[in-house]
Structures are given as structure tokens and as C-alpha cells.
Design a protein around this ligand. Structure first.
Ligand code: MG
Length: 379
């Protein structure tokens, strides 16, 4: 029996994690679920998966659902509630499916409590990767990637000597506007941006895919997860999203992980590692796909990717500022406040004014995150 808790249970990764649980009801026990504001869906999940503990965004939300919860279910709220679901209870693995650096505190709490992490919240590593990986190493906690690219690389590295790795290559679909030139991006709408060609994902990550910020966050995530220098991390455009990423070894052999684009596969692998179980994903027929195509990444077309990698190389609080600026800019775009191309301009302007602090502690990261958000909100 595997006991799991999910931070962000009503989002895209959270609901797909529960799909995996539903496929193997005898094998999983859900200990805790933390949701934000979607209390209707949370209540449905509580009835179906019978967690012992739940948390919602605010005390008001908690009061709304208190009387609808089955007897004995513990109810929490706010950031303390997130920490309670992450670190209290008795889960073996905590799936961190929150969106944004808001997941940092609860992820650190889960690691501190010795829980393995099914890591979907990439912003946590982008914001404070050195602290998260250092704590995980000290606590003997596994950071199991849920992100499809990182799961792919993780799988390709199984049983290999790390010294033999020449490089890793993260593939990128190109996002919703991959066939547009820069000129055509001027007046794209939120609806256009939310139509991802291959993957079904939440709103923020779908916008991040369109700006290629997502790939930038993933490069930084890979740097921390696999302890690789940035020179050994490549990005390649691969519109079909069939090769989820690959590793090249020093003998020039390449090992890639392939499959139909279905997030439930990497989610499940993070929960069953090192075992593999039956999955609901459809089988890949290479004969049917017939051809796979690749293009060199175009950094002029996607300047935000360059910015992300430069921040990664700079280290310190640069990636924190990058991430915070992006989170606010994307939220503003989704609210219809700014045009699409303004997202990368805001990130750039925040970075221009950013004063980088090397090897920051948690408090410096928190302050940098806050200041970058405030600035991005006013630009
Ligand atoms: Mg990904």
C-alpha cells in the first residue's frame, strides 16, 4: 500500500494523480488533499478517495465545507494547512502539484518530515533549488520528477553511471504559437494561448509553454534535479511531443524515453518507482506516427528561454526574480490586463532592476520573490 498526499488536488496534475489512484484502488491510500478554492471538486474527491485530512485556501472556505465533510476528516486552511497536509499525517509520498513558488514552504516542510516528493511544482526548484536539493539530500528524501521531460531523463539515467553522461536534451513542443512569427504574436488572445497542441495542462503552464518560459523553468529544474551544469543541458524543438527527452552518453549512445503525451504516465512512475504498473495511457504506435521532426531551438523567436537560462547560469536570486516576474506577468495576461508579448518585456524589466544575491538563504529568496512580484505588478 502506498500512502500519498497531494498539494493542489483540484488542479490538472492533482486530478490526473487521482486518476492514477483510481486505476489502482487496492494499491493506494490517500492521506491528505490540499486544494485552493475549488471546494466543490474537493468535496467530490473526499467522497471518492476518503482522505483523512484536507486543506483549503482560506478559513472562510474551510467554514463553507465543514458541515459537508464526513465525520473524522481533519480540516485545515491557508499556508499552515498546506504545511499540515505536506508534513503531518503519514503519507510516504507527497505530490507537489501546486502552481508557483507558493509551493516552496510546504515542499520544504514535506522534505523536512522525511516524505518523498513527487515533484510537479517546478517553480519550487527554480526559486530555491539549491535549498530544496540540499535538504532532500540531507534527509535522504527522493525528489521524483513528475514533469514529463524530467521523468524521461530520470528513466534514461536508470542504472547508468552519472560520470558517463555527456549531455541531456529537453524536448519542447513549441507551445500554442509555434507556427507564428514574432510579428503575429502582437495581438494573440488568452483563448488562443490556452490551446496547447499536444498536452492537456493548467492555464499557467500552457501560457508558459507559449512563451517558452516553461522550457526555461525546466532547464533550471533539470540543473537542480540532475546536478548538471548548464552547458550539459540542451533544448530541442520537437513538435510531436513523442520523445519526452533524452540523454547522450560519452560513447555517443543516446537513450530516449518515448510515449504518447499523457501526464498520467510520469505521474504514475513517480509514485511507483522503481516499479512500472499498467497505465491508462494509450500505446504508442511509431508506424502510425510515421515521422518525428526536430528543429534547432530559436532563441530569437523565444527570448524568454534565453533569459531563463542566463538567470540559471547567473545563479543566486536571479531565477527567483525571473520566476516571480513571470508568475505575475502571466496572471496579468490571463486577466486580460496586458498583451501576450508584454509578458517577456515585464520579465526583462524586472531582471534589469534585479540586484543579484549569491547563495541566498530562504529569507533572501522570500524577499526577492516579494519585491519582484510587486515590481512586475506595477510595470
Ligand atoms: Mg514539462
Amino acid at each position: 500500500m502506498k500512502r500519498i498526499s497531494i498539494l493542489g488536488s483540484t488542479g490538472s496534475i492533482g486530478t490526473q494523480t487521482l486518476d492514477v489512484v483510481a486505476m489502482h484502488p487496492e494499491e493506494f491510500e490517500v492521506d491528505g488533499l490540499a486544494a485552493g478554492n475549488n471546494t466543490a471538486l474537493l468535496l467530490e474527491q473526499v467522497r471518492r478517495f476518503k482522505p483523512r485530512r484536507v486543506s483549503v485556501s482560506t478559513k472562510e472556505r474551510a467554514d463553507e465545507i465543514r458541515s459537508s465533510l464526513p465525520a473524522g476528516v481533519e480540516l485545515y486552511s491557508g499556508s499552515e494547512g498546506l504545511v499540515e497536509i505536506a508534513a503531518g499525517g503519514n503519507a510516504d509520498t507527497v505530490v507537489t502539484a501546486l502552481v508557483g513558488s507558493v509551493g516552496l514552504q510546504s515542499t520544504l516542510a514535506a522534505i523536512e518530515a522525511g516524505r518523498h516528493i513527487g515533484l510537479a511544482n517546478k517553480e519550487t526548484l527554480v526559486t530555491a533549488g539549491h535549498l530544496v536539493t540540499e535538504l532532500a539530500g540531507r534527509k535522504g528524501v527522493k525528489l521524483l520528477p513528475v514533469d514529463s521531460e524530467h521523468s524521461a531523463i530520470f528513466q534514461c539515467l536508470n542504472g547508468e553511471n552519472r560520470e558517463d553522461v555527456a549531455s541531456i536534451t529537453i524536448t519542447a513542443s513549441g507551445g500554442s504559437f509555434r507556427d507564428y512569427g514574432r510579428e503575429q504574436l502582437k495581438d494573440v488572445t488568452v483563448e488562443d494561448a490556452l490551446r496547447h497542441p499536444n498536452w492537456s495542462m493548467g492555464a499557467k503552464i500552457t501560457i508558459d509553454s507559449a512563451t517558452m518560459v516553461n522550457k526555461g523553468l525546466e532547464v533550471i529544474e533539470a540543473h537542480h534535479l540532475f546536478a548538471l551544469p548548464y552547458e550539459q543541458i540542451n533544448v530541442l524543438l520537437h513538435p510531436e511531443s513523442i520523445i519526452h527527452s533524452y540523454v547522450e552518453f560519452r560513447d555517443s549512445s543516446i537513450i530516449a524515453q518515448l510515449g504518447t503525451p499523457d501526464m498520467r504516465v510520469p505521474i504514475q512512475y513517480a509514485l511507483t518507482y522503481p516499479d512500472r504498473w499498467q497505465s491508462p495511457a494509450s500505446r504508442l504506435s511509431l508506424a502510425q506516427v510515421a515521422s518525428l521532426t526536430f528543429r534547432e531551438m530559436d532563441y530569437e523567436r523565444y527570448p524568454a528561454l534565453r533569459m531563463a537560462i542566463d538567470c540559471g547560469i547567473a545563479g543566486g536570486t536571479a531565477t527567483t526574480a525571473f520566476n516571480a516576474a513571470n508568475e505575475i506577468a502571466v496572471a496579468r495576461f490571463l486577466r486580460g490586463e496586458i498583451p501576450f508579448l508584454r509578458i517577456e518585456e515585464i520579465i526583462d524589466e524586472v531582471l534589469q532592476r534585479h540586484d543579484n544575491a549569491a547563495n541566498p538563504n530562504l529569507e533572501q529568496i522570500r524577499l526577492c520573490d516579494l519585491a519582484s512580484r510587486e515590481l512586475a505588478a506595477t510595470l
